[in-house]
Design a protein around this ligand. Structure first.
Ligand code: NAD
Length: 362
């Protein structure tokens, strides 16, 4: 089986590529244009393997991607390439519209042109797997969970762009009959996570004994899934999922942000002790504009139909993640030095250059 993985140099994409190349022994073509979030260092273990090829290309470049499809003749596409950070989508939505919506449209069109010329057996077996987020469903109250039938209600430019791309993927199945499967997943964490996201930012700031900025009151709830569990789930869906179907993926590990940060402090204090607890470094800062209160996923469909469940508990996964950052300094030090030093993003900068206050965005 040959699989094209778009966004394969990113956080989740690289976990998928490492898994497919090393564990499943599949031929993998990683397609990535290497934005600030793309990192070939995340693929070091597989980059030169005979069953792996890296192609630097932009998903919006119809010609380049068409040529790649004709040359490689894949059996499946796992489409992860996207702009993925909510705070960046607040500062600059244009790139999110372009990459996530127009880019997905281009991928669907290239795949359709290629797929419609396959033999009937190959046409039936082909899969276009569109990878998306639980954020398309909006925000939950204190109880309940998102199911595959929850109506869409995205609140950020990021989640709105992902919602649009989900609708395109759905339409390419219903209109053209292309075998599309879609997954919506909750927040991931784990090794190789770009340190602009909550968990790696807190690990690195805590390690360096810098302030730990927590948005708002810290009471927002996320359902956390280890990235390797996500990669396993994606493999189950692309190989065994039913075309036209959507599968929710989640960790059944709801935690408030302040709980997550507190647990990271305790883990770091245990592994790299300091005089006073790192919990003293926590500082509450202006909330993210439009910050969703709570996400939770009902994973009974993927669990009942495909037999997938997460293997990590949040505690075991977080410990493994902290240990990974401690023993892989070279990977994140290069990013902190060259690309992102930990500055606050997404405060709705006004045209006069000042930032809005916390209450303005709510
Ligand atoms: P990421 O930002 O770490 O990686 C995105 C990758 O896509 C990067 O390697 C980047 O270079 C590449 N890319 C971006 N624009 C491109 C373009 N125009 N052409 C080619 N490559 C391009 O993202 P991630 O966290 O790994 O997320 C991957 C996917 O999973 C996204 O579609 C995201 O919406 C979805 N998702 C993420 C999470 C999460 O918690 N991170 C949860 C659910 C779903």
């Amino acid at each position: 089986m040959k699989v094209v993985v778009t966004g394969g140099a990113g956080f989740i994409g690289s976990a998928v590529v490492r898994k497919l190349v090393l564990q499943e022994n599949v031929d993998v073509v990683t397609l990535d244009c290497l934005t600030y979030a793309g990192n070939l260092g995340s693929l070091a273990a597989v980059l030169e393997r005979s069953n792996h090829k890296f192609v630097k290309a932009d998903i919006r470049d119809n010609k380049a991607v068409s040529e790649l499809f004709e040359a490689e003749r894949p059996d499946a596409v796992m489409h992860l390439a996207a702009e993925s950070h909510v705070d960046r989508s607040i500062d600059g939505p244009a790139e999110f519209i372009d990459t996530n919506i127009v880019g997905t449209y281009q991928m669907l069109e290239v795949a359709r042109a290629y797929w419609s010329n396959l033999s009937s057996n190959k046409m039936e077996a082909f899969r276009f797997h569109h990878i998306s987020t639980d954020e398309v469903f909006g925000s939950l109250g204190p109880s309940g969970a998102f199911s595959e039938n929850t109506p869409y209600a995205p609140n950020s430019p990021y989640s709105a762009s992902k919602a649009a791309s989900d609708h395109l993927a759905r339409a390419w199945f219903h209109t053209y009959g292309m075998p599309v499967v879609t997954t919506n997943c909750s927040n991931n964490y784990g090794p190789y996570h770009f340190p602009e996201k909550l968990i790696p930012l807190m690990i690195l700031n805590g390690l360096e004994q810098k302030t730990l900025p927590v948005y708002g009151s810290g009471e927002n709830v996320r359902d956390w899934l280890h990235v390797e569990d996500h990669a396993d789930a994606l493999w189950q869906v692309v190989t065994r999922g039913v075309p036209g179907e959507v599968y929710n993926i989640g960790g059944e590990a709801e935690r408030t942000n302040i709980d997550v940060v507190g647990t990271i402090c305790d883990l770091l204090d245990e592994v790299v002790p300091v005089e006073t607890s790192r919990r003293n470094l926590i500082s509450f800062v202006a909330d993210r504009p439009g910050h969703d209160a709570r996400y939770a996923m009902d994973i009974s469909k993927i669990s009942n139909e495909l037999g997938w469940r997460p293997k990590y508990t949040f505690e075991s996964g977080l410990r493994q993640t902290v240990e990974w950052y401690l023993s892989n300094r070279a990977w994140w030090e290069a990013i902190r030095d060259d690309r992102y030093a930990g500055d606050r993003l997404g405060l709705k900068t006004k045209s006069n250059g000042t930032s809005s206050s916390a209450s303005e965005g709510l």
